[in-house]
Design a protein around this ligand. Structure first.
Ligand SMILES: NC(=O)c1ccc[n+]([C@@H]2O[C@H](COP(=O)([O-])OP(=O)(O)OC[C@H]3O[C@@H](n4cnc5c(N)ncnc54)[C@H](O)[C@@H]3O)[C@@H](O)[C@H]2O)c1
Ligand SMILES: O=CCC[C@H](NC(=O)CCC(=O)O)C(=O)O
Length: 487
């Protein structure tokens, strides 16, 4: 069984049994065994062995491999999109956009590498001041399930471009997409050992994160896991750790002229990917009063008509399933807990079939809930909070330990400027949906959402370290010697 790719060879796993399931039909899509600590050791050793040659490759040589990878993905786009749809449940149209993002990541990373971590030099006295960048060495990449192709790719592409060797541990819920991605790297001609694929869950993750042979770890996933990794890396300033984590993202609605535009933007913010994007709006802040009541009535009407269905259903649904029956059950429980604590269902989230992870959009008014949980409910469950002044809406928006994305829908520039000044988040949008961030911009959050190492366009920054130097072709005595030295 080809489960792991280690030292240029596909090999079976020797660890825990793994299966990935179609979240709707529960059909088995992939099965194998996770990588053991010994297999992690072998992959780290292969990467260490491959590092100096890969780092010494010319930049053009590494770019050529990346471009062949992008070409392979393009030629297998339908197959990869289908695997994404099957494993995550997201509709095919959306899975296709994920593959496009993966392809585009290559050109964007090359541009970013040159701009942010390329070479610079200039005269300084009788020498040349030179700035170059070097790769860290061997880095681990941990991916989440919600973008099983695009998000690990957002670490892997810039890491390889900078000359690092990579140990890729995808989410245990999406091994098939990871396998297809690695097949493309192999087809692109990546030298042996430069990239390994280690499938597995927590056990494999723990073995890899704690391995003394890695120089860094680039993580995208939940704040819970990210915090564990942060604690594990404490006292290790020699290792680089980039954490891209979750959010409890606020979206403030001001009294705007175009109600339908507001409703559409809220739907795209809260319910795309069945609410399984780190940037999804979790808290909708709506003014008290008649205008706010009318906006919510329209939102409930539109959200109640959203088409939910299997990833390959035709006509296409807007929302697919959540990742698993377990995730669906947890979300249903979260809704029940909120309702038990004084929330009101404006539109109850439902699970129409007990044996499928399809959920319909849910909208709860939680204004009356005394102690609102500052938690990320990673699914189609939107919490509404009514506010009485714009200042109190901003305060409410900031009432979170997270700080990933925040947005404002308002016709007033002055209000946007006030919001921008006071909001605490790495992404601050105005009259645009919170989701769908551009790869040509940095992407990261503050607070519990990240550790100040933004990804996307700024991923180049954590993939290489700067080396500054003073250089001169000849060693010469300076014209004036310092006092007290005679030659
Ligand atoms: N900020 C971002 O860029 C971003 C992007 C996408 C998703 N996310 C977040 O990711 C979460 C959803 O993804 P998920 O559920 O797959 O995240 P997760 O934290 O459960 O898993 C992420 C990865 O960590 C591994 N892992 C889990 N426990 C581990 C441990 N104890 N030690 C080592 N590795 C471990 C998993 O196997 C997986 O590969 C959401 O919270 C979402 O907001 C953030
Ligand atoms: O689920 C979290 C990420 C969602 C996505 N963000 C990006 O794609 C950032 C750009 C990049 O990483 O290249 C979104 O905002 O929808």
């Amino acid at each position: 069984m080809s489960t792991h790719y280690i030292a240029g060879q596909w090999q079976p796993g020797l660890g825990e049994s793994l299966q990935s399931l179609d979240p709707v039909s529960q059909a088995v899509l992939w099965q194998g065994q996770g990588a053991t600590a010994a297999q992690v050791d072998a992959a780290v050793a292969a990467a260490r062995g491959a590092f100096s040659l890969w780092a010494a490759h010319s930049l053009d040589g590494r770019i050529a491999v990346l471009e062949r990878f992008a070409a392979c993905l393009k030629s297998r786009a339908d197959e990869v999109a289908r695997a994404i749809g099957e494993e995550t449940g997201k509709p095919l149209w959306e899975a296709a956009t994920e593959v496009t993002s993966m392809v585009n990541k290559v050109a964007i990373s090359i541009q970013s590498y040159r701009e942010r971590t390329g070479e610079k030099s200039g005269p300084l006295g009788d020498a040349t001041a030179v700035l170059r960048h070097k790769p860290h060495g061997v880095v681990a990449v941990f991916g989440p399930y919600n973008f099983p192709g695009h998000l690990p790719n957002g670490h892997i592409v810039p890491a390889l471009l900078a000359g690092n060797c990579v140990l890729f541990k995808p989410s245990e819920l999406t091994p098939k997409v990871a396998e297809l991605t690695v097949q493309c790297w192999i087809e692109a001609g990546l030298p042996e050992g430069v990239l390994s694929l280690l499938q597995g869950g927590r056990e494999t993750g723990v073995a890899l994160a704690g391995h003394p042979g890695i120089d860094g770890l680039f993580f995208t996933g939940s704040s819970r896991t990210g915090n564990l990794l942060h604690a594990q890396f404490a006292g290790r300033p020699d290792k680089i750790l980039a954490l891209e984590m979750g959010g409890n993202n606020p979206l403030i609605v001001d009294q705007v002229a175009d109600v339908d535009a507001a409703v559409y933007t809220i739907v795209q913010s809260a319910f795309i990917s069945a609410g399984q994007r780190c940037t999804c709006a979790r808290r909708l802040l709506v003014p008290q009063g008649e205008w706010g009541d009318a906006l919510l009535a329209r939102l409930v009407q539109v959200a109640g008509q959203i088409k939910v269905g299997r990833f390959d259903e035709q006509p296409a649904p807007f929302m697919g399933s959540v990742i698993s029956l377990q995730a669906a059950a947890q979300l249903m429980q979260a809704q029940q807990d909120l309702l038990a604590g004084d929330a009101t269902a404006l539109l109850a989230m439902t699970q129409p079939q007990a044996d499928a992870a399809l959920l319909t959009p849910g909208i709860l008014d939680v204004t009356a809930v005394g102690e609102r949980p500052d938690e990320e409910f990673f699914g189609p469950l939107l919490q509404v909070i009514r506010y009485d002044s714009f200042e109190s809406a901003i305060a409410e928006a900031n009432a979170t330990a997270y700080g990933l994305a925040a947005g404002l829908l308002s016709d007033s520039r002055a209000r946007f400027e006030q919001f921008w000044l006071h909001s605490r988040a790495g992404i601050v949008n105005w009259n645009k949906q919170l989701t769908g961030a551009a790869s040509t911009a940095p992407f990261g959050g503050i607070g519990a959402s990240g550790n100040h190492r933004a990804s996307a366009y700024y991923a180049a920054d954590y993939c290489a370290y700067p080396v500054a130097g003073l250089e001169s072709e000849n060693l010469t005595l300076p014209a004036t010697l310092t006092p007290g030295v005679t030659l």
